[in-house]
Write a protein that binds this ligand. Structure first.
Ligand code: SF4
Length: 497
């Protein structure tokens, strides 16, 4: 039985991390209910891997196949998967090898890509072949995970990714227990080895703990890890009759169950398995580590109660809200423009990009749009409709005298996204080319010189700035004063400086 408590009063272990990393992302997640937004390719891959890795444990007898759904026993003795040796695992696992498991992940991922949806949400990307790169990463991660399981055995207690709620000093928390294994020397041939309970957390990427004094804490330092090990200690104490026999716990470990001088049980080890890199980090905790956890919790509870949800743009590079919404506008108003947001796949196709010109009061507005054609059925008839989203606007203002002074400003929802053929550049470089043609056309028509100064730091000093600078230089602009790019247009020489 879990503690009865209302959902709103439970703090998830990951909330502590997300609030510390960017309070605004916590706000979007927990308080604004932004669950029905597109998902980034990376976020989809992380969830995909976490759910698909469990397929390894659906064992089958290769002679008779699968007897039961979610089968965990196989062989003449119907041995449970957690008791199998590496050889038995390999014999009964539903994959012929670690490579085959990796390959199956990549294959299923490519089916997801065909639909480009994950759990009902469209998947958005950072660059045009990111989905392909992630497929290869998943294949590597699957292989490495399978090898880890063959070496270390299947997790015990059937607690794969189970969430558990418990209380710590008057506050309810929920943490995920990813996988549990026991090290007691039996698996390695009975050699005497210290008894340890391993909490294994396999993920695609490196461990990233909470943010503390502008620094992401390591596995060794993270108070969020302390909370998980404390949570497991509570769980084992509460259900000791159930779990300790499964953990094959020695008597001395049983004795710690009733000792109030140990809040965190001894010999619990937390391992983070970074699967793409194939690296394992491990750490342990003692009660003295509860002090930083108390500080983290206090900061979280007070911050949320005071409704402090300031954005921390230093975290945008790894934030799932750094993307466009279905309406084509950024999901997070505060996102860092130095990070390329995730966008729909068709945004990388140059043929979908179009620049509309609109006369303004004393100038011209260039509006960059991405269009997507879709076929839908209306009243039994197939119709082609176009979804059109604005990505950037270039305002050009012409001040006429003996020569024309061109003033401009540029702003966009997306900076730095590169079209699938790199030579086609970015939205910004396309807008620059059109801006240049337009000024030159006006100069040719009026016969007057024009001078255009661009404040690069204000308009383009974001993701993709190197390409933007190169484009301006190729168009004949010169950096004349620390980011002020200038070009003089003359009718007698097209594109002269
Ligand atoms: S995009 Fe940046 S500012 Fe916005 S929620 Fe994410 S980390 Fe915070």
């Amino acid at each position: 039985m879990q503690d009865r408590v209302e959902e709103k009063d439970i703090i998830a272990g990951n909330d502590l991390i997300s609030y510390s990393v960017c309070p605004y992302s916590f706000y979007l997640q927990r308080l604004e209910g932004k669950s029905k937004i597109p998902t980034t390719g990376v976020a989809a891959a992380v969830l995909f891997f976490l759910s698909k890795r469990k397929n390894i444990f659906d064992v089958k007898d290769k002679k008779v196949g699968v007897l039961f759904e979610g089968q965990r026993r196989a062989g003449p003795l119907l041995k449970h998967i957690e008791q199998m040796t590496s050889e038995e695992l390999l014999e009964f696992m539903p994959f012929s090898s670690a490579e085959a498991f990796g390959g199956s992940l990549k294959g299923t991922w490519s089916m997801i890509l065909d639909r480009n949806f994950y759990h009902g949400n469209p998947i958005y990307w950072n660059f045009s072949n990111e989905s392909w790169k992630i497929g290869n990463d998943l294949s590597k991660a699957g292989k490495n995970y399978c090898e880890f399981v063959l070496n270390e055995g299947a997790p015990v207690m059937g607690l794969v990714d189970k969430e558990r709620t418990f209380m710590f000093e008057g506050v309810h928390f929920r943490v995920k227990i990813p996988e549990i294994r026991v090290k007691n020397g039996k698996r390695s041939g009975g050699a005497p080895e210290e008894y340890r309970v391993m909490v294994d957390h396999p993920t695609l990427f490196d461990f990233k703990g909470e943010l503390c004094e502008k620094k992401r804490l390591t596995l060794e330092e993270s108070a969020a890890v302390t909370l998980r090990l404390y949570g497991l200690s509570r769980l084992l104490r509460k259900y000791q009759e159930t779990y300790l026999p499964k953990l094959d716990a020695p008597l001395w470990f049983w004795d710690y169950m009733d000792r109030s001088d140990f809040k965190i049980l001894p010999n619990l080890v937390y391992r983070h398995i970074s699967l793409i890199k194939d690296e394992i980090e491990m750490t342990t905790r003692r009660d003295v580590n509860l002090d930083p956890l108390r500080i983290l919790i206090e900061r979280h509870i007070k911050g949320v109660a005071e409704e402090k949800f300031d954005p921390n743009v230093k975290s945008c590079h790894s934030c799932k809200y750094s993307l466009l919404g279905i309406d084509g506008k950024p999901v997070c108003d505060y996102r860092d423009k130095n990070k390329i947001p995730s966008v729909p796949k068709h945004y990388f196709n140059f043929n979908n990009f179009d620049i509309e010109e609109k006369d303004d009061e004393d100038g011209i507005k260039l509006i960059g749009r991405v269009d997507q054609k879709r076929e839908i059925i209306v009243r039994n008839k197939l119709e082609t409709i176009t979804a059109s989203h604005k990505v950037g606007v270039y305002n050009l203002r012409f001040v006429e005298g003996s020569e024309i002074r061109v003033e401009s400003n540029y702003d966009a929802h997306v900076f730095g996204a590169v079209f699938s053929k790199k030579k086609e550049g970015t939205f910004e470089t396309q807008m620059m080319e059109r801006m240049d043609e337009l000024i030159q056309e006006m100069v040719n028509e009026t016969g007057k010189k024009a001078v255009h100064m661009i404040d690069f730091n204000k308009d383009f000093n974001f993701a993709g700035k190197k390409r933007s600078k190169e484009k301006l230089e190729s168009l004949g602009y010169e950096d004349v004063d620390d980011g002020k790019f200038r070009k003089v247009y003359d009718v007698s020489q097209n594109n002269s400086t």
